[in-house]
Design a protein around this ligand. Structure first.
Ligand code: KG4
Ligand code: ZN
Length: 339
């Protein structure tokens, strides 16, 4: 089954086609990052309007790049949530419209489950079950993945998501938006032990907390400003990144060992972080665990992961009617059981 996927949950407009063997035939991503940078974050209304402008021309292009026509398609998938209401609405309505116009089955896809499934899209031989650390701008969660519809959260952040902490620290250091990739880049030039920053431990062994770390970075910056010296930005970035990566890796290994899962994966925008990828690979290798991660363009928001999970859901027999609405909040636990 060849599936066309739509993604518009935040500030990337993306369309992708996944082929009959699950291979990605095309994955077009139009980023709006420059548009939102001047506001220091995503402006929902601006994002929705840009999705509307971008989608139409991309539709012809994605089919041309994939080398398929409408009659080759077996189904349509679009991100239903979680995400920004107006932004989700654009891709979801576009997906429903083309499904209706071409008489194709339609399914609304869970954005976070799609991030997780990017691992299977990238490496179709990924064995089930596996453990996935999902780290994005809105979520930091450990997930046991037994199938496209069977994802169980083992632990999650109790406050900020890791990506959110990166973006807030970036703003604090005057690095602009989005902070994550910029903090990552500067961290490579700094000393990770320049500043002693906290590593939070929660009551639940597989939960996370990043708000204390963010506050500690703010205090460090304030102290330095009082002393009136030049801010050691690279050292702060490196020390912050060290604290985040250490906790993410440690908790993931603990989860893999507690659950008896031998295969470890990562997903979401922060999975594009080089330090996290390298340290997770090392930690897994030293414990005899197998680690794999998607390429960078399948970590940040993209429609290939949506088309891939949508294809798996359609093959399981899932269908949505054209009455479904976006879900701005949609816990993984609320993915409906199969029909
Ligand atoms: O998954 P994603 O593209 O969108 C959401 O669904 O949230 O994740 C975006 C998040 C942002 O917080 C961004 O700063 C972060 O991922 N991010 C990174 C890196 N690239 C993106 N964080 C750390 N290091 C990176 N290289
Ligand atoms: Zn995302």
């Amino acid at each position: 089954m060849i599936v066309l996927g739509f993604e518009s949950s935040c500030d990337e407009t993306s369309l992708a086609v996944v082929g009959p063997d699950g291979r990605i035939l095309a994955n077009l991503i139009a980023s709006q990052v420059d548009l939102h940078a001047r506001y220091g974050g995503v402006v929902p209304e601006v994002a929705s309007r840009r999705h509307v402008e971008a989608l139409g021309p991309m539709l012809d292009e994605v089919l041309a790049v994939a080398g398929v026509g409408w009659s080759d398609l077996g189904g349509i998938a679009a991100t239903r949530g979680p995400g920004l209401a107006g932004a989700l609405l654009v891709g979801l309505m576009a997906g429903k419209a083309v499904a209706f116009a071409h008489g194709l089955p339609f399914v609304g896809v869970h954005h976070l489950a799609a991030h997780v499934w990017a691992n299977v899209a990238a490496h179709p031989d990924t064995p089930l079950p596996f453990l996935c650390l999902l780290v994005s701008g809105g979520h930091t969660t450990l997930v046991r993945v037994s199938g496209p519809s069977a994802m169980v959260e083992l632990g999650r952040t109790q406050d900020d998501a890791a990506g959110e902490a990166y973006d807030k620290v970036g703003r604090l250091l005057g690095l602009g938006y989005p902070g994550g990739p910029r903090v990552d880049r500067l961290a490579r030039e700094g000393n990770p032990s320049a500043f002693a920053l906290p590593r939070a431990r929660m009551d639940h062994p597989l939960d996370f907390s990043f708000s204390g770390l963010k506050t500690a970075v703010r205090r460090t910056v304030e102290r330095w400003e009082l002393a009136d010296g030049p801010l050691p930005v690279a050292d702060i970035c490196a020390s912050f990144q060290e604290a985040v990566v250490e906790v993410l890796v440690a908790r993931t290994i603990e989860a893999a060992e507690a659950e008896g899962l031998e295969h470890v994966a990562i997903a979401g925008g922060v999975a594009a972080n080089r330090a996290l990828r390298a340290r997770m690979a090392e930690a897994c290798a030293s414990r005899g665990l197998v680690f794999a991660c998607p390429p960078l363009d399948l970590c940040t928001d993209n429609a290939a992961m949506v088309a891939a999970l949508g294809r798996a859901w359609l093959l399981e027999g899932r269908r949505d009617d054209f009455g479904i609405a976006p879900r701005t909040r949609w816990p993984l636990a609320e993915i409906l059981p199969l029909p």
